[in-house]
Design a protein around this ligand. Structure first.
Ligand code: KIV
Length: 255
């Protein structure tokens, strides 16, 4: 049986860290699940790491659903959360309801993740949650706003730290079940973590969060580029290249 959102939320009181990684296909999802990862995010970073785009903007709702279906087939224990892609939820609350509804109807998702904490987004998230769709918030570096904010650390001035703190409060009031904090100073992430009852999951946000997430391709050494905070646990690019070179040699020598 898979982990539930309610169980995950209890872990915060028990101070049990949440281990999260991204996945976009069946084979990797199955490996991560077997290895004991608690939460799998079908993140829209799959636009870059799986589909080869420059940023997350081109990925569509159909893409996300197709990948989430594959990931879902690989999971037995882990909780699966799916990103709503760019422009599938920003236009209006109605559009967000339709997009989120498709994710829940067509995949095994137990929750969705939306970026931003400005007033219109808070309103949309409140409606999604009231309709029975669990939402994870995402503040700090929000990659769907790359053309506005770049891939820089967010919340490193007093004004922007206050804004992120206030947006966290607004999202918590709207009913998010967890909050992802990306690329914010460790002190700010710790403050947010200590201020709210919901779990925080950090990426490049220091050790003070209730859980940590990384992009699996970064962890496995498969990415073209990876952020400085992402530790590479194995160099699969080198391992795969040498295995494939050996295969090439075997085939060429046997003829
Ligand atoms: O899409 C993604 O990979 C993310 C990261 C912040 C984990 O949202």
């Amino acid at each position: 049986m898979s982990l539930t959102i309610a169980q995950l939320q209890k872990w915060k009181q028990q101070k049990k860290p949440i281990v999260a990684l991204t996945a976009s296909d069946y084979a990797i999802a199955k490996l991560l699940d077997n290895a004991g990862v608690d939460l799998i995010l079908v993140g829209d970073s799959l636009a870059m790491v799986t589909l080869g785009y420059k940023n997350t903007l081109p990925v569509t709702l159909d893409d996300m659903i197709r990948h989430a279906q594959a990931v879902g087939r690989g999971l037995k224990k882990a909780l699966m959360i799916v990103d709503l892609p760019f422009l599938s939820y920003q236009i209006s609350t109605e559009e967000a309801m339709r997009s989120a509804g498709r994710v829940f109807k067509e995949t095994e998702a137990q929750g969705i993740k939306l970026e931003g904490g400005y007033p219109d987004m808070v309103k949309t998230i409140r409606k999604l949650v009231q309709s029975g769709m669990p939402v994870m918030g995402h503040l700090g570096l929000t990659p769907q706003s790359v053309h506005q904010i770049g891939y820089r650390v967010q919340g490193n001035s007093p004004k922007s730290a206050t804004e992120i703190l206030e947006q966290s409060q607004a999202l918590v009031d709207a009913g998010i079940f967890a909050l992802l904090l990306e690329n914010v100073p460790s002190e700010l992430a710790t403050k947010i973590t200590e201020s709210f009852a919901i779990p925080t999951i950090g990426i490049g946000a220091g050790k003070g969060c209730d859980g940590q997430i990384l992009v699996t391709h970064d962890v496995l050494g498969l990415s073209d580029w990876q952020p400085p905070f992402a530790h590479k646990y194995v160099d699969l690019k080198a391992i795969i290249t040498s295995a494939v070179q050996e295969y090439c040699q075997d085939v060429r020598q046997s003829n």
